[in-house]
Design a protein around this ligand. Structure first.
Ligand code: ADP
Ligand code: MG
Length: 571
């Protein structure tokens, strides 16, 4: 609620203008039955055409004013709610960008997407709904009651009974319905999650023929939602006719009473009946908006959760801006993922000298990716310190750090857009020469020239229209465009054939003098070419040194060597 109020406040003038027009609209609606009764009682009964035309004209003008009010109200209400939705989405998006991967792991990307889309829409609908009925319902209710009282005071007791009955019914409806709509929202979320997971992993699902299994999951979620909706709707279904019934019953009583009292004029009677229906209608609207309110409040809670999330990493206090030399040192670094039992890294110690290429090898799950992710501060070490040129990375501003360090992730991710746009992602002001050079080093130049539109070739989302190796080369070129001091390659040549890989590594060596490189690979032949090698197992350093040294002293490294090369080179 607080969240919504905050956004509405920013647009309070537009909001209030909408309400002003809504008031005009409501007043016009409210006057119609009274004018009608005047026409009937003064004009029709007396057969006075002049009176009919006179009141008819007033009625027409008021209707015109009402229509104008309705149109303007609509414009302002839609604008305001659209604006609020847009701002909320933008704020969420901005906030998510400030969050660290640790926060995002916790919130889950899928759920963040629902919050930015569905939850914002929910709130937008609610705010729009408010501007439609916020003043309308009470004005109609009170106005109609007052007009009935003034025009036909004898009906007050009947009115009172009916209204009390209707209020009690609506009250119990909400009380029973409120929690049920909450449950419904929860089930809808679950269904969303299942669908999203399925769509995100559709290739794997197909590959494993797991469609039926996924279908079951979907059906279960869908069934749960169905049941929750059904019980919520049941409550609504029982109450809505009951409310109708009580008001209709009241109308009958009114008619009955006026039948025995011939002093009541027919026009006024018509007006009373009309007002009763207006009251009924606005009560229906109130209960409707309260239902959307339940959802909107749930959504607002979920949005606030993101907006109030404190970034897991503290911001660096001072911006340091030296010319980085590119020395990386890990001293006694430990790290565990939030919620994970065991440490992903324990007591890691090593130093990479400026310009050195360090190979990192180890079985899958040994912590290689985790280790390199600590350098650009995707995560912060839980113990020990990671330093660049002797400065703790937590003391370097994010911008500065990301400028100095480029990372080519294990899974190459490209964006929808042309190849050129993708490569420029690294640095917006890179000129074409620099881009061509980066592409040449990454052995991507030939693949670009084979494309029919060259650098202007459009890539699909995530680069779906490229092979794994092509994506890897472009993603490497993108990192090179940034001219980093530290380059991290997370097994990013795994999809290249041995020949191309050798070419790429040779190019890096030749062209990137002075750049410190952390090169993760599963292949011993790849890391064997680096200056020194860090051998990891279960998050612990098993050995650090040149290929020859490790072959001497590190049994874990020897084991990998023999499993890949066998005895054939050794003998
Ligand atoms: P490698 O890159 O050597 O294959 P990782 O660094 O990816 O290994 O993983 C090291 C360990 O940390 C593994 O046990 C893995 O299950 C765990 N791990 C990796 N990423 C996450 C994460 N985001 N959340 C929780 N645990 C993770
Ligand atoms: Mg990895």
């Amino acid at each position: 609620m607080k969240l919504m109020a905050q956004y509405v406040k920013r647009h309070r003038w537009m909001f209030l203008t909408a309400l002003l027009f809504l008031t005009i609209e409501t007043m016009a609606d409210l006057l119609q039955p009274t004018l009608m009764s005047l026409i009937v009682d003064n004009g029709v009964k007396e057969a006075d055409v002049g009176q009919i035309l006179y009141y008819g004209l007033i009625m027409f003008l008021i209707a015109l004013a009402g229509a104008f009010g309705a149109v303007m109200r609509n414009i302002f209400a839609s604008r305001t709610s659209q604006l609020i939705g847009k701002e909320m989405r933008a704020d969420l998006f901005k906030k998510v960008q400030t969050l660290s991967l640790e926060n995002i792991d916790r919130l889950q990307p899928a759920s963040i997407i629902t919050r930015i889309t569905n939850d914002v829409t929910q709130i937008q609908d609610f705010i729009n709904g408010c501007m439609r009925i916020m003043v309308k319902a009470p004005i109609t209710c009170i106005g109609a009651i007052l007009l009935i009282i003034i025009q036909t005071p004898r009906q007050i007791p009947v009115m009172a009974v009916i209204l009390i009955a209707a209020f009690i019914l609506i009250g119990s409806n909400m009380k029973l319905g409120y929690p049920l709509f909450g449950v419904m929202q929860e089930k809808l979320d679950q269904l969303n999650n299942v669908s999203r997971e399925f769509l995100a992993s559709i290739r794997v699902v197909k590959a494993f023929n797991a469609e039926s299994q996924e279908e079951e999951k979907f059906e279960a979620a869908s069934r749960n939602l169905g049941q929750a909706t059904a019980s919520a709707m049941k409550v609504m279904a029982v109450f809505s006719p009951l409310i109708n019934l009580s008001v209709n019953f009241g109308i009958i009583v009114l008619l009955w009473m006026s039948r025995s009292q011939d002093s009541v004029q027919i026009g006024r009677l018509m007006a009373s009946v009309n007002y009763m229906t207006q009251i009924l209608f606005s009560m229906g609207m109130i209960s409707n908006i309260l239902n959307t309110a339940v959802r909107a409040i749930a959504s607002a809670g979920r949005i606030s959760q993101v907006l109030e999330e404190t970034p897991a990493q503290k911001k660096a206090a001072r911006p340091v801006c030296p010319q980085w030399r590119g020395e990386i040192s890990f001293s006694d670094v430990s790290f565990s993922y939030a919620g994970a039992g065991k440490e992903a890294l324990s007591h890691v110690d090593f130093l990479a000298k400026p310009g050195e290429t360090i190979g990192i090898i180890g079985p899958t799950g040994s912590g290689k990716t985790t280790l390199v992710n600590l350098v650009p501060r995707f995560y912060d070490a839980s113990g020990g310190s990671v330093k660049i040129d002797g400065v703790d990375v937590t003391g370097i501003s994010e911008e500065e750090l990301r400028r100095a360090v480029a990372i080519v992730p294990q899974k190459a991710l490209l964006f929808t857009g042309t190849i050129l746009e993708n490569l420029r992602w690294g640095r917006k002001d890179a000129d074409e020469g620099e881009i061509r050079r980066a592409a040449a080093i990454a052995c991507a130049a030939s693949l670009v020239s084979q494309m029919k539109d060259g650098y202007d070739t459009l890539l699909g989302q995530g680069g779906v229209n490229l092979s794994g190796g092509q994506k890897q080369r472009l993603s490497l070129a993108r990192a090179l465009v940034r001219r980093p001091r530290i380059l991290i390659l997370d097994d990013c040549t795994s999809a290249l054939d041995a020949g191309t890989e050798a070419l790429v590594l040779e190019g890096l060596r030749r062209e990137l003098k002075g750049v410190t490189v952390l090169l993760i690979s599963q292949r011993i032949s790849t890391v064997a070419r680096t200056d020194r090698i860090l051998c990891l197992e279960k998050g612990r350093v098993q050995g650090f040194g040149s290929h020859e040294e490790l072959m001497e002293v590190c049994p874990a490294y020897r084991a990998i060597y023999h499993s890949q090369i066998g005895g054939k080179q050794h003998g």
